[in-house]
Write a protein that binds this ligand. Sequence first.
Ligand code: GTP
Ligand code: SPV
Ligand code: MN
Length: 593
Amino acid sequence: MKTNNKKVLAWLDEMAAMTRPAEIVWIDGSEAQLEALREEACATGEMIKLNQEKLPGCYYHRTAENDVARVEDRTFICTPTKEEAGPVNNWMDPEEMYAKLKKLYDGSMEGRTMYVIPYSMGPVGSPFSKIGIELTDSIYVVLNMAIMTRIGDAVINALGEDGDFVKCLHAKKDVNPEERYIVQFPQDSTIWSINSAYGGNVLLGKKCFALRIASYLGMKEGWMAEHMLILGLENPQGEVKYICAAFPSACGKTNLAMLIPPEYLKEKGYKVWTVGDDISWLRIGDDGRLYAINPEAGFFGVAPGTSEKTNFNALEATKKNTIFTNVAINNDDNTVWWEGLDKNPPVNATEWKGAQVNGVEYTAAGNKLAHPNSRFTAPAINCPCISKEFENPQGVPISAIVFGGRRAKTAPLVYQARDWEHGVFVGATMASETTAAAAGAVGVVRRDPMAMKPFVGYNMADYFGHWLEMGKKMDADKAPKIFHVNWFRQDDEGHFMWPGFGDNMRVLLWILDRCAGKVDANESEIGYLPNMEDIDVTDLDIDADVLKELLTVDKDVWMEDVKDQKEYFAQFGDRLPAEIAKQLEILENNLSK
Ligand code: GTP
Ligand code: SPV
Ligand code: MN
């Protein structure tokens, strides 16, 4: 046995008795063991080995057609009472849910191998870090977890004889979407996932643990788990300031985290360093500032749209030891392709569902070779701009928190909240057009507070309260300043008005100038807007009129949004913190003047 930890052994016995695997294999984290699993997965067809000269250590995996994204309507937060889960989560009584799921798991691993994956979210031994153990019957899950988290014997040693851990159970079963469940039991630190084999549904360290369970633990223990990237921006003097940003799924976190500055800024000596691209765990340090770590060890990034031009660093990160899921294969040289990689779809292609097609004709007819939510799983250390603080167990001090989403209208390019309390309101009123990252309609505006709508592990109203509490624990001059951005404003023809990607650096510089008190701003109805001349547009081909519109508040459109905000907040009833209601009133008053 790998451990003397009685809690681990008792739980493992119980889960094995229920799922009845033919064999139980502990994952030790060794390269030899992982390599044997890769070979086995290729032998059974679960994975395809790609061109090892062009893409060393890279593999391909295709999921079932009905299993290509997170399934929010089948995701549950099972707290003792419905109120604890709150109105934006699906809820079921824990006893009822356990009973229902036990029937599904019963014998679900018969004839299969159960892998036991000990993993750490955060560097092993960091005061921020937490341990999980995932039981799974999928080699794909093992190999992804080996990239996305720190796994193996070092984690078992850190857990010790009496340590606590998050209990994660995954069974692939028959990927029946009607019986697919992604279930969190926050009070039990338990996650049960069944009938899926796709990314966020089954890599249980990611959204299920690092956000849903961790947000609950953070509320109890006085820290925060957020859907945020972390980047360091280095100025020509060599000083690095850190920014966290929360955008909903497929709204630009990976891209912003790895951005390459425009040429003229690069020449001056500006650099961007990536600490994380999806999840932040934040704590107040001894000096009263907010510190963040990235609990993950890899990137599970959206492939479509990733190119040398838009995200060079992400593309570089995928060139070795990467798993590609649901992209297209170029059969000429056994490499990968997706929409937006370049303008040359492979003629001799296998599209994501597995059909052999002429990629040029296929895409010309309007079909997509890669699934819109196809992804790469790449080790963070592959990223050319990975921060030297990536493994720092103490995390990095955060100067600014940025919220943002996809809004064709309404939200300006950037604005700053007046203070922490107003900033929490700005986060709480976030809205964004839905994307392919979750099953369901795409492009519909929905409210997504702090980009955590699908990931909050308890009542969203209490979550707002927790944000407010965290602010009270920090002096105003030490707390990060809070901003809102929108890279996705569209003109009447539906074109993006802002170039985005690397040029977003221009907005980050304004944000840091504001944090340092270096520039004035315009106090508007919604917060501080930049003076136009303070957004540096050197070498940028943008009309002054367009920039002006990007920085303008349309009061009528905002008043419409306020109506929607009111309706949204009404669902929380008395549980909504008074500060949020007060901020809503201030906004409405400002807009009515
Ligand atoms: P998750 O991994 O789902 O949490 O997504 P993410 O927030 O990391 O999003 P990502 O950076 O992968 O971007 C998603 C999509 O948005 C990609 O197709 C990008 O090309 C596109 N995108 C990212 N940044 C920008 C931008 O500044 N402007 C525009 N127009 N598109 C962008
Ligand atoms: C997201 O949807 O926000 C992701 C991908 O980062 S998944 O891991 O599938 O949740
Ligand atoms: Mn995400």
